[in-house]
Design a protein around this ligand. Structure first.
Ligand SMILES: [Zn+2]
Length: 705
């Protein structure tokens, strides 16, 4: 009589003893046992036919195999078989999870990243991304995959794990000098400011398609300056016939006026381009950052000034430009004090920030930045807050470098698991740091397999340090050696509450412990740099999607713990909890020391009510930079404007006071970047609700806390 097996999908197939025999032999082979197990297979078949008359399903067969091996006292083989069976089940579960995810993306893309849109291209890209996440998890060592799945560690941009690196500071000036090729032809050195401006956008767009994170112009105003000069020469030549009649001085004024209007057009073009040109198959506009503020010539200062003015004007209906993220670098002797030559640019930056939440500000007088500045290196940063300066394998500084990949530690979980025992906490932290290192070393081994032609623009066109002299089939290893591997953390505040009952805003003891914890991560990455001869750094993780993900996993595991897992999100990196009332000076003083420790990137937010004035922002930034070692600061408020007429409206209005439209757009800062409110993930939505403005009063309660 024919005997059938019912497969998982319901299909009926003929019984085949060879399949059972192979499964048992494979389990033995995994243990390096060379036994002949034909009798065992026969015994399984007997039991099958005894237990089920006409047909049997796959699970029932597997149960009988396990029982038989057990009864025959083949315990090791039984365990080996069970493990194999569990692993297959795990992979099946993952596959079915993947199918659910693909289905859900068809309905609406999830919000892992606040600036990714929701059109067809985005959905297709998300599906590819989920599939490759699954692929990468199933390819990596099981131990590492589990750490990610269970929420101990988080491998950022897992979908890109085997494909590319994170981000890059583009040395725009150098690239323009030499020309470049986007794959469709050679672009020569630009002749005028308009083409330089346009090419600067194309550089960002083309790089973005090669990488998973953002890119910056590392020194935008200075890099544009030569093309202001050549444009001036062009105008002067064109109108040379007027020179005699106007006289030298009037002629120069005439040329300068013409020049200013052309620079203005060019800068406006950048703002429009960076908010409309698509990257990554049309799913988003490029994540772009511009570093400005330290002009080395009057032409550079002109670019800086006009760019800020054009950004302030916004888009067509006065809408908020989401990109680029602008980093205005502040330096004593250049722009910080009233007597500095470019103080007017700092003032302008503050005014623009007061209506546009951009620029953010970076302090070149903080000692770790000054260290490089004094060597002639201009530190820079990115909207994703990536910072890179030291280099164990080549020239220091940010130029042509970026982060390879970060891994973030679920710090609050270690705090919870230590159960108030500090010794245990340090032990667990050390374990997790070593596992984070192991994960990044694995990622390095995977990425090393990439060839130059796999990153055709950023490596192939020589944008990245280390690409010199490489051919299309060479490994990208040299560029990985110049980039950074960063170990990040999230939820220092919740960790401290789990350990001591208080966070660093409320207790001096917790604050000291907070500094020790982050310094411990930094010491670990410094030591790993020396040990591995690669650049390792400590990262204040921005954690867009992660802030909600970790806390859900921990709540599931440990239940609701007051002050730890009772919110929808873990607090960003080392930040004071957003719902905790604190004065601006206190927040600055408490968070400042972390900036130096987090050498892979850091940012502090000052949250203000309504729309601050430029003077208020100048006061905050000047206080911060004169009285602390803090570096990167974003002044946050909740921007809202009428989509119909562009009027800015206050936090609570439901309609536009000018035109009555109810079509209102809200904008907030998530990482360093700005984002449309509706693009926030659920963790971030909850976080924004809790955000409390910081008290702008003069009183400094820092010492009294
Ligand atoms: Zn309106």
């Amino acid at each position: 009589m024919k005997y059938y097996v019912i497969k998982r999908d319901g299909r009926k197939v003929s019984f085949d003893l060879a399949k059972i025999h192979n499964a048992i032999m494979r389990s033995a082979k995994n243990l390096n046992l060379a036994a002949d197990l034909t009798d065992v297979s026969k015994e399984v078949e007997n039991r099958i036919r005894e237990s089920y008359k006409y047909e049997i399903n796959v699970e029932q067969i597997q149960d009988l195999i396990e029982d038989t091996l057990m009864d025959l006292k083949l315990i090791d083989i039984k365990n080996s078989y069970s493990n194999y069976r569990k692993e297959r089940t795990r992979i099946r579960d993952l596959k079915s999870e993947l199918m659910d995810t693909v289905h859900n993306i068809g309905v609406e893309t999830d919000r892992d990243n606040a600036n990714v849109g929701n059109n067809f291209s985005s959905k297709l890209l998300r599906i590819a991304s989920e599939t490759n996440k699954w692929h990468n998890l199933s390819k990596m060592p099981k131990k590492l995959a589990k750490l990610h799945e269970l929420g101990d560690l988080y491998y950022h941009d897992l979908d890109s794990y085997n494909l590319t690196t994170n981000c890059l500071h583009i040395d725009t000036g150098k690239i323009f000098e030499n020309g470049f090729n986007t794959g469709y032809g050679t672009i020569r050195k630009p002749k005028r400011i308009e083409s330089a401006a346009e090419l600067s956008c194309i550089l960002l767009q083309a790089s973005q398609n090669d990488m998973f994170g953002g890119q910056s112009h590392v020194n935008f105003d200075n890099d544009m300056a030569p093309y202001v000069g050549s444009t001036r020469e062009e105008i002067a030549a064109e109108y040379v016939s007027l020179k005699e009649s106007l006289g030298e001085e009037a002629f120069n004024t005439f040329v300068q006026n013409k020049l200013v209007s052309r620079v203005r057009q060019a800068m406006q073009g950048i703002v429009y381009n960076l908010n409309t040109m698509h990257s990554r198959a049309g799913s988003q506009v490029p994540f772009s950052s511009l570093n400005i503020g330290i002009p080395q010539s009057d032409d550079a200062a002109l670019v800086c000034q006009i760019f800020l003015e054009e950004y302030e004007k916004g888009l067509g209906k006065n809408e908020q430009p989401i990109f680029p993220n602008i980093i205005f670098r502040v330096k004593n002797g250049v722009n910080r004090s009233t007597e500095d030559p470019y103080h007017y640019l700092f003032k302008l930056a503050c005014t623009v920030a007061s209506s546009r939440m951009n620029p953010t500000f970076m302090n070149l007088d903080s000692d770790f930045n000054l260290f490089y500045y004094n060597k002639g290196i201009l530190p820079a940063t990115m909207g994703c807050r990536t910072y890179i300066c030291s280099n164990i394998n080549g020239p220091e500084g940010p130029n042509r470098r970026g982060n390879n990949a970060p891994t973030t530690i679920n710090l609050p979980r270690i705090g919870i698991e230590a159960k108030g025992d500090l010794d245990r906490f340090w032990e667990l932290l050390d374990q997790k740091l070593n596992l984070a290192k192991e994960s990044l070393l694995h990622r390095y081994e995977v990425l090393k397999n990439l060839k130059v032609k796999d990153m055709p623009f950023v490596v192939g066109e020589g944008l990245m340090l280390g690409s010199e002299g490489l051919g299309p089939n060479d490994s990208i290893d040299p560029i990985l050696k110049n980039g950074s591997w960063s170990v990040g953390f999230i939820g220092l505040a919740e960790t401290l509450v789990a350990l001591t009952g208080k966070h660093h805003g409320t207790s001096l003891e917790a604050r000291e412990l907070g500094y020790q914890i982050v310094q411990c991560i930094r010491d670990f990455t410094d030591k790993t740099t020396a040990d591995t001869k690669m650049n390792w750094s400590c990262y204040a993780t921005p954690a867009e999607g992660l802030s909600g993900k970790f806390v859900l996993q921990d709540r599931h595991k440990y239940g609701i713990i007051e002050g730890v897992t009772d919110k929808e999100y873990y607090t960003n990196s080392f930040h004071i909890p957003v719902g905790f009332a604190i004065s601006i000076p206190d927040k600055i003083q408490i968070e400042a020391p972390f900036h130096k420790m987090c050498n892979a990137g850091h940012i502090s937010y000052i949250e203000v009510d309504g729309y601050p004035s430029g003077e208020t922002i100048e006061k905050i930034i000047t206080y911060a930079y004169e009285h602390s070692n803090i570096s990167y600061i974003g002044i946050n408020f909740h921007l809202r404007y009428c989509k119909s007429c562009g009027t800015y409206i206050n936090e609570h209005s439901k309609s536009c006071p000018d035109c009555g439209s109810k079509n209102i757009q809200g904008i907030s800062r998530v990482t360093g970047y700005l984002s449309l409110d509706e693009r926030f993930g659920s963790g971030k939505i909850a976080e924004r609700k809790d955000r409390l403005s910081h008290d702008g009063s003069e009183k400094n309660t820092y010492t009294s806390v």
